[in-house]
Design a protein around this ligand. Structure first.
Ligand SMILES: [Cu+2]
Length: 185
């Protein structure tokens, strides 16, 4: 258990971003997004690789779109969804927008060299017909900045922008747990 302290610190880092439910005692100080342990974006060699052109226009379907209610007094939260290709073989999520939000970044959680979970901003995310592109707690998430607080039960409309499929309208349900009985990892 020699990594216990690091794991505890990682918990705070998560709290600072997208997992605010764990530790209410430290939430208020830790939710300052500017103070979180946010790693610099990594170089992604294939980020600009062209999508294979098979002549089939992709159609993207979105399910299980949800957004965490804002922690009290904060304007940063996380949102999640599952994207699948109903038609076509490859596409790429390049941007997310949400009504009332200042801006939205694509983030993920990764383990750093010291074994701590860190958030970092990532570039466009590819989706293929081999499986769903899942934004879920503990991994990829939309980091939503500057939005008026939402509460459980609210709905927030938004748009996911794909390189080929274009703009896909999405309604995010404000809720504290993932829909469909899936718990976070
Ligand atoms: Cu984040």
């Amino acid at each position: 258990m020699k990594h216990y302290a690091l794991i505890a610190a990682a918990g705070l880092a998560l709290t600072a971003c997208s997992e605010p439910a764990e530790d209410t005692a430290t939430r208020d100080s830790a939710m300052d997004h500017g103070g979180m342990d946010l790693a610099a974006p990594a170089e992604t060699a294939d980020a600009a690789a062209p999508l294979p052109d098979d002549g089939i226009a992709p159609v993207v379907e979105i399910s299980d779109a949800w957004i965490r209610p804002h922690p009290q007094g904060r304007d940063v939260t996380a949102a999640y969804f599952t994207a699948t290709l109903a038609q076509g073989h490859a596409d790429r999520l390049i941007e997310a927008r949400m009504d009332g939000a200042g801006h939205i970044e694509l983030h993920t959680h990764t383990m750093n060299d010291e074994g701590m979970m860190q958030m970092r901003q990532v570039g466009p995310q590819d989706i293929t017909d081999a499986g769903a592109l899942a934004f879920a707690p503990g991994g990829l998430h939309l980091m939503v900045f500057g939005m008026d607080p939402v509460a459980e039960g609210d709905e927030v409309t938004g748009t996911l922008v794909f390189e080929r499929a274009g703009e896909v309208a999405v309604t995010f349900q404000a809720r504290n747990t993932a829909p469909g009985g899936h718990s976070g990892h």
